[in-house]
Write a protein that binds this ligand. Structure first.
Ligand code: 5GP
Ligand code: MN
Length: 331
């Protein structure tokens, strides 16, 4: 964490604040943005939370979600909010390509920029960094920041609900990327009154029949297991996207099923979306770094055990390339 007094000075003077998180926002992106939104708003700031693209409807229970501006849907107004900002928080991302098409506006803005994030390899575009790759989630870091500057007594139930959401989703329900702080913070949040049962129910018991069929199809007809490489691939074609009308969020968590098979250490979900784009979601166990794989071969990044990237080749060429390079990352 950079010297906190510099941030405290900005923090204690009410101003125009923009809180930004990444494209295709997840629970941690939305939770961290909204928790800090509630906190700063109650301390007199004029805050605007912004995400580049639409968020999954499962998160509609998050307090304040209706205040989140989706840049794809409201460019002119949100552009002027960014122009007027004197303080910008960048939450749950550390490379500007994650907030396309807002990147150039943030880069050229004269506002004081703060990054709160837990991804590897931060880019040097901000003034103040709270970057900790050992943290489970950005929500964990937002909790620690507020605790340090103001104290836990300033965390309201609305904020706690947002923070618990990000911790829950980024740890896969406390299964990975945990540390002693995560459990301490979860305990504090429960003490504040978080309804963890309902949050779990909203997020995880919200499948549609069609989503279940996409899962069935993916596991039965689109999964390839390569035991000698300890890896598995689920590949969805553009035709699958059309047939099942697959939308954003319908394939969330799909890649994790591969790692449920005994002996699997690397999992890849490779899809050719209707937009024409080919995206990869990669997961690994232990010391195998899919972050390095994504960065070195698919122009992406993320965390050691959860990363993503893209490809400009065809689906079958991308699958072949993945199979060829993965062997160099097996620890
Ligand atoms: P997912 O597979 O769930 O989309 O992403 C897994 C992790 O990798 C997330 O932490 C996400 O931030 C990161 N990630 C996904 N795609 C990209 C990408 O294209 N570039 C970078 N730098 N990180 C990515
Ligand atoms: Mn995160």
């Amino acid at each position: 964490m950079d010297d906190i007094t510099e941030l405290q000075n900005k923090w204690s003077t009410p101003t125009n604040v923009v809180l930004i998180s990444h494209r295709n926002p997840d629970g941690d992106a939305l939770g961290s943005c909204l928790a800090l939104y509630h906190f700063l708003q109650s301390h007199g700031h004029n805050c605007t939370p912004i995400v580049p693209s639409e968020y999954p409807s499962v998160f509609s229970y998050l307090p304040g979600i209706e205040r989140v501006g989706v840049y794809d849907n409201n460019r002119a107004e949100l552009k002027s909010k960014i122009k007027a900002a004197e303080l910008i928080f960048c939450l749950d991302f550390n490379s500007l390509d994650r907030i396309d098409p807002l990147a150039s506006m943030i880069q050229s803005s004269k506002a004081y920029k703060v990054v709160v994030d837990h991804h590897l390899d931060p880019e040097p575009f901000a003034d103040w960094y709270f970057s900790d790759t050992a943290a489970s989630s950005t929500c964990e870091l937002v909790f620690r920041l507020i605790e340090r500057i103001s104290g836990v007594q300033d965390i309201t139930l609305d904020m706690a609900t947002c923070l618990f959401t990000g911790i829950l989703t980024d740890t896969g329900s406390f299964k990975y990327a945990t540390n002693p702080e995560v459990y301490r913070i979860a305990s504090e949040l429960k003490g504040i009154g978080v309804d963890d049962y309902s949050i779990n129910d909203y997020i995880f018991n919200s499948w549609t029949h069609r989503q279940m069929q996409i899962l069935g199809h993916s596991l039965r007809d689109r999964m390839e297991i390569i035991p000698e490489l300890s890896c598995g691939i689920i590949a969805l074609t553009q035709e699958d996207y059309r047939t099942y009308q697959i939308g954003r969020g319908d394939t969330e968590g799909l890649v994790n099923y591969i790692l449920m098979i005994r002996g699997m250490k690397v999992a890849a979900f490779i899809r050719h979306m209707t937009s024409g784009e080919i995206r990869l979601s990669l997961r690994s166990k232990g010391d195998i770094s899919v972050q390095a794989l994504a960065r070195e071969h698919f122009g992406g990044g993320g965390h050691k055990n959860a990363a993503g990237g893209s490809s400009s080749e065809s689906l079958s060429e991308t699958i072949e390339k993945f199979k060829k390079v993965v062997k160099f990352y097996l620890a």
